[in-house]
Ligand binder design. Structure first.
Ligand code: GLY
Length: 596
């Protein structure tokens, strides 16, 4: 499967620093799937890339790490090889991702971690989601007349920046579950930042595509366009500011990001963003806390599919989709059956309708978590699927709820971005972390070598619908609803699969598909990831162009679905735990799975 990144939105002006950006892009945009991009030459990495190209899962006995860039995977692998835990490796992977894949995640963003602890046999989650400043109000993304801003008017600048959670989450995960010395986890990232790393084809292409927005702020422009020339694939790029930040983080922990001089720089950058300043203040960073929350689990065909509850809609929506499919024999129908995809598509629409009405930060609005996964409620909703054609209309249901439920439907915009990391260590711990700065390159503001997120645009821009408040409206100190769905599937109390993906609100469909392909259709993790995507969120069925999924288009169209063929860039990274560990990395991105 070879997909073209070129079909991602290309909204660049014709001229930049005397060069035609469109021309620069045209001759450089790389085939996706060229995870084979020349970013590393180690034998293990070469073998992992070869396995991915061949559609073969990587096998290992002791430990495994799968993530979006070989350099980050290698950093994590070294920690695991040296006897570190999955939490240790997670730190090393994230620090390198923030350097080599800065457009997707980093220290200026947020993350959700689902953690299986081998010692206690328990599953828990850490919520390192960004938060809205205390001065943010429900009209944050509206103009003076109360009209929602256009997406990029809201995104680019300080207004969209939430208080970053990733530094605090890494520190918390390490203090709870790490064994390696904290500062030892920084060595690889510091070396790469100081000596330079090879710019990947994907990063170079995305910089070219986003040139106009990246050019708006000096620090960002100077980094991605050194000397006025955009960075090129294979070029060595240094980030001295990031190396300094990492040294501080290694020596002082997360404190400087929240109360020190790095925090002060974040506040100044956000508040002084030209043309679109934000309202973040020092107090917002000082009061930031990572929250430990119970995992949300849905039973499915003898497994427990567990993930991140509110403020993420991930586990609830993936769980609803699977539970709605439970009465139907998807396994028998097989992946080539249009009937199977009709069921998956409409189950997703039903789940997305509930997501739009009810799911938000449960610390701010009551979310009917139990009601939304209630067996009786979902059995009743699943009856709606007993038909031969697409549902003509889909509305939110009425789950059991002990609070008012007169919410309006959400109107947030989520575009593909983000990164996912799956890790299993030699002790049997499992980490599934999805990490983000939201849109590619986030707010486009850069501080001390890292980009600041635009996560607040995951809130609904409209605050009310027909006079009813929207659950996911902006409120001071609230966390925007996410679609991130880091997942660990359990069987008889033991983990059998770790999986997750980037992709905006399509994350939910990508993860659900991979779980169905693995559990119902018996595919190994690499084959399950490779399987072409069909994703239905709000009615239109997205079909992955250039793949066998297009063969299903006529039948699904005949069933009444609106079909939307397009490039679908997931970034699934998964590890299955059986007699051996098997790892898979998404051919649509640059990552690999590596294990021993
Ligand atoms: N910004 C991606 C997500 O949280 O779903």
């Amino acid at each position: 499967m070879r997909l073209l990144l070129a079909s991602l939105v290309l909204s660049v002006a014709p001229c930049l620093a005397g060069m035609s950006v469109a021309q620069q892009v045209a001759d450089e945009v790389q085939p996706e799937g060229a995870g084979a991009g020349a970013v590393s030459t180690s034998a293990a990495v070469a073998a992992a890339l070869k396995a991915k190209e061949a559609g073969r899962a990587v096998e290992a006995q002791n430990w495994m790490v799968a993530a979006a860039n070989p350099l980050a995977v290698e950093a994590g692998a070294q920690v695991l090889r040296d006897g570190g835990t999955a939490a240790d490796a997670l730190v090393a992977v994230q620090l390198v991702l923030g350097l080599v894949e800065p457009q997707s995640s980093g220290l200026g963003g947020g993350a959700f971690l689902v953690w299986y602890d081998a010692d206690s046999g328990e599953l828990t989650t850490l919520d390192g989601r960004e938060t809205a400043p205390l001065a943010a109000t429900p009209t944050l993304f509206q103009d003076d007349a109360g009209k929602p801003l256009s997406f990029f008017d809201a995104v680019v600048g300080g207004r969209s920046v939430g208080v970053p959670g990733t530094p605090a989450l890494l520190a918390e995960a390490h203090s709870k579950w790490g064994r390696a010395a904290w500062d030892s986890l920084f060595a690889e990232a510091i070396t790469l930042a100081e000596n330079g790393f090879e710019v990947s084809p994907r990063l170079a292409a995305m910089v070219a595509q986003d040139a106009i927005r990246l050019f708006r702020f000096e620090a960002t422009r100077d980094y991605f366009f050194p000397g006025g020339q955009r960075i090129r694939p294979g070029e060595r790029l240094k980030n001295a500011a990031y190396a300094d930040t990492l040294r501080r983080f290694a020596q002082e922990g997360a404190a400087p990001f929240y109360t020190g001089d790095i925090a002060a720089d974040i506040v100044t950058t956000v508040r002084q963003a030209e043309g679109n300043p934000g309202v973040m203040a020092a107090v917002d960073l000082a009061i930031y806390r990572v929250k430990q929350r119970d995992a949300v689990c849905a039973p499915y065909r003898g497994f427990e599919v567990c993930g991140m509850g509110p403020p993420s809609s991930g586990a609830l929506t993936v769980g609803q989709i699977l539970r709605l499919l439970a009465p139907y024999d998807i396994g028998e129908m097989g992946p080539d059956s249009a009937e199977a995809w009709r069921l998956i598509g409409d189950a997703s629409r039903l789940a997305f309708a509930d997501r739009g009405r009810y799911m938000a930060d449960s610390d701010y609005v009551p979310v009917p978590v139990k009601g939304l996964l209630d067996a009786g409620y979902l059995a009743e909703r699943a009856e709606l699927l007993k038909r031969d054609t697409a549902l003509p209309d889909v509305e939110a249901g009425e789950p059991d709820f002990d609070h008012a439920r007169a919410w309006g439907d959400d109107a947030s915009i989520e575009l593909p971005s983000t990164s996912h990391v799956s890790i299993v260590d030699r002790f049997g711990n499992v980490a599934s972390m999805t990490t983000t700065i939201e849109n590619a390159f986030g707010s486009r503001l850069m501080v001390r070598g890292f980009l600041l997120n635009n996560e607040l645009t995951d809130f609904s821009f409209a605050s009310h619908e027909d006079g009813r408040p929207i659950a996911n409206r902006v409120e001071p100190g609230k966390r925007p609803r996410s679609s991130m769905a880091p997942t660990i599937v359990m069987k008889n109390g033991a983990p059998v699969l770790a999986v997750g993906s980037p992709g905006g609100s399509r994350i939910i469909g990508y993860v659900a598909k991979t779980i169905i392909a693995h559990l119902d259709w018996g595919l190994d993790v690499q084959a399950a990831i490779d399987m072409p995507h069909l994703v239905n969120r709000f009615g239109a069925f997205d079909v992955e162009v250039g793949t066998a999924a297009m063969d299903l288009l006529p039948d699904l169209e005949a069933m009444g679905f609106e079909m939307a063929p397009q490039v679908l860039v997931s970034g699934l990274h998964a590890i299955s735990l059986g007699e051996t560990l098997q790892g898979g990395a998404d051919p649509r991105r640059e990552g690999i799975a590596l294990g021993e």
